[in-house]
Each structure stands twice: as structure tokens, then as C-alpha cells.
Design a protein around this ligand. Structure first.
Ligand SMILES: [Zn+2]
Length: 356
């Protein structure tokens, strides 16, 4: 604890020691921002959190259509640069709310010259010069379609080079002149030409292509090579340095999770009062189009598949008197979300003949 306190004090000193301009290069939390989700000072070393509750303070653009491409809170590890979102390094990174990070403040991350750290020589950047999308700290987790559409790419973005660019990538055409882009994936669950629904699991995040760690690169681009745009729009008090933006594209004006049912398995197992060899088992989960696989685990501990491709149900399991049994159910919703849970252990009474 003392070490933590000392580090914090040092940090505070450092922050006070840097020029006034530096305050503008820090993620807010100490300054007015229209969007309070940036205010996570204790977690700044890994960037702010996107948790689906922030408020951009902006009205949605006409035709706003996006929800977050994941579920649950995740760090934002890099933002869209309104000052040259074409990976060119010009020493300035302009955030959607007008804050400008500069190579002269804090300084380049020594391990990543395009990233401008918040502390001198540090690696605590969320400012990635020329970045044309948002990086979210997903660790091999489900990636959700940010809106309904048609898959137009599902594969290596450069087929001959698996360490290039965003590696395994999905693009979805939303029929409004825009596509969403999901990069660095480890698994793809959709195919080109397939229609997907908002909130559908389309792949598993990863770190294919050029990546320093597992994350999701999420971007919005004009169809046909017209360039990227910032889904968070522009809320700066000066004109947007990037001319192609079309405003805040989040469905409600603020990033939210897709409103789709998430699975959560409940499974119960109770010895039957009617039959000494019977166990009443029932399983269910909120969600749509649920498909369950249910395993029975008996004496010896082996999992035996008992039900597959099943809906929510009650069923009677027959075991050996004197045996212990429990049950494990996994579910996949029709949007590809998964959950699993186990029942408590049930002991079947021994036969009267053997009971002492
Ligand atoms: Zn990225």
C-alpha cells in the first residue's frame, strides 16, 4: 500500500511538473469533458473504459446505427485521430472531443513511436498517431456485429501475409454507404455473403496481423475506399480537422451494448420422490433460440452427453442407487452467445436391501 501511495504521489508531482499544455494531452478526469466515461484516473495507464454507460453529450447523427462491438466493460487502448487518420505521423493526435495530444508532451512511447505516452517516456498511451479506428482491450473474447448487415470480408486482410495489418478481419456492409471493420481476430464465425444481426457474435478477438497484444480494432469506413470516420463524431469546440466525419453514429448518441438477450444457464437437479433411481433435472436460460447441450456426470466423474441441440426442458435421469450425479448444461443463443453452468450434486439412496 505504501508503494502504491508513493507511486501516486510521484505521479501527482510529475503531472504538476509538466507544462500547462500537458493537461490537455491527458485523458480528462481532471477537466471538463462532454463525455464522462474518460474519467478513470486510476486506470489511465491502460486507457479509459468503455462500459456502455458513458454519454457523449452529443445528439446522434441522422442515420446513427451503431452499438458497441462487444459486451461488458473494456479498456479503450487507442482512439481515432482526427488529425490525419491515415497512419501518417504528424506529431498530433486529435480526439473526438477536441483534446489534442502531442509528441512534445509526455512524449513518444519508447516502444511505439506512433504512440504518445501521457507520462514522459512512458508506455501509457491511448494516443496513437494516425490511428483510424478504436482499439478495445478484448482478450480472445466474442466480437459482436455493431449493426445488422452483410459480411463482405471474413478472412486475412492480406491473404499472403498473416502478420500484416489487421490479420484476420471481418467487414460488414450496412447498406448505408458504410462498413464496420473488426481486426486482429483469432477466429471467424461468419462467411462472406452472410447476413448478420445486431449483436450477433461474428468472431473471437485475438492478435493476428500487426499487434502488440490481443485487442479488437474497430473502425467505420466508407464503402469503396472512401476512408475512415469516427463513430464518436466530433464534439470539439473548434472545427473538426477531419472533413469526412458525419457525426455521432451511436444509435442513441452514446455507445451502448446491443440490446440482445444474454444467456445465463440455470440448471437444477433433485432426487425424485416417486422413484429411487430418478433425478428430476431442468435447465433454462434467458435468450433467443437457445440450444443446450447437457452432460450427466456420474460415479467415476466422466461427462456423458445426455441431451444435445435441446431447448429449455425438464427431464428425468435414471441412475444407479447409491450413486452420486450432477449435471452440466451449456447453451448457445441464436446470436452466438454462450454460457454454461452446473447443477448441485444429487445422491441416490441405496436399495433397501443393501441399506444397513
Ligand atoms: Zn487499431
Amino acid at each position: 500500500m505504501r508503494i502504491l501511495v508513493t507511486t501516486l504521489s510521484l505521479l501527482t508531482l510529475l503531472l504538476h511538473a509538466v507544462p500547462v499544455q500537458a493537461a490537455d494531452a491527458l485523458p480528462p478526469g481532471h477537466q471538463a469533458s462532454p463525455y464522462v466515461r474518460w474519467s478513470y484516473p486510476s486506470q489511465m495507464s491502460y486507457g479509459p473504459i468503455e462500459n456502455g454507460t458513458g454519454n457523449t453529450g452529443m445528439a446522434p447523427a441522422a442515420g446513427a446505427f451503431l452499438t458497441l462491438p462487444f459486451m461488458g466493460p473494456h479498456y479503450i487502448t487507442s482512439i481515432f485521430d482526427h488529425c490525419s487518420p491515415d497512419y501518417s505521423i504528424n506529431g498530433r493526435i486529435c480526439r473526438y472531443d477536441g483534446v489534442i495530444a502531442s509528441a512534445k508532451v509526455g512524449g513518444p512511447d519508447p516502444t511505439f513511436s506512433a504512440g504518445y505516452a501521457q507520462t514522459p517516456g512512458g508506455q501509457d498511451y491511448i494516443y496513437y498517431d494516425g490511428h483510424d479506428g478504436y482499439d478495445y482491450g478484448l482478450y480472445y473474447e466474442p466480437v459482436a456485429a455493431a449493426a445488422a448487415g452483410t459480411v463482405i470480408l471474413s478472412g486475412w486482410v492480406v491473404p499472403s501475409c498473416h502478420s500484416c495489418l489487421s490479420g484476420l478481419t471481418i467487414e460488414i456492409n450496412h447498406g448505408n454507404g458504410l462498413l464496420t471493420y473488426y481486426g486482429h481476430l483469432s477466429q471467424l464465425y461468419v462467411a462472406v455473403g452472410q447476413s448478420v444481426r445486431r449483436g450477433q457474435v461474428i468472431g473471437l478477438s485475438g492478435m493476428t496481423g500487426t499487434a502488440t497484444g490481443p485487442h479488437l480494432h474497430f473502425g467505420v469506413y466508407y464503402i469503396g475506399g472512401g476512408g475512415p470516420i469516427d463513430p464518436y463524431g466530433w464534439g470539439g469546440s473548434y472545427p473538426d480537422p477531419y472533413s469526412k466525419d458525419i457525426g455521432d453514429l451511436w444509435l442513441t448518441g452514446s455507445p451502448r451494448y446491443a440490446n440482445v438477450p444474454m444467456p445465463k444457464v440455470t440448471i437444477t437437479a433433485v432426487a425424485s420422490k416417486r422413484d429411487p433411481t430418478a433425478i428430476d433435472v431442468s435447465w433454462s436460460s434467458p435468450g433467443g433460440g437457445d440450444k443446450f447441450v447437457v452432460y450427466a456426470v456420474g460415479p467415476g466423474g466422466a461427462f456423458k452427453k445426455w441431451a444435445a441441440n435441446a431447448g429449455a426442458a425438464n427431464a428425468v435421469f435414471h441412475g444407479q442407487p447409491g450413486g452420486y450425479y450432477w449435471f452440466w448444461a451449456s447453451v448457445t443463443t441464436d446470436l452466438g452467445w454462450k454460457d454454461a453452468n452446473g447443477s448441485s450434486v444429487v445422491w441416490l439412496k441405496s436399495d433397501h436391501r443393501t441399506e444397513q
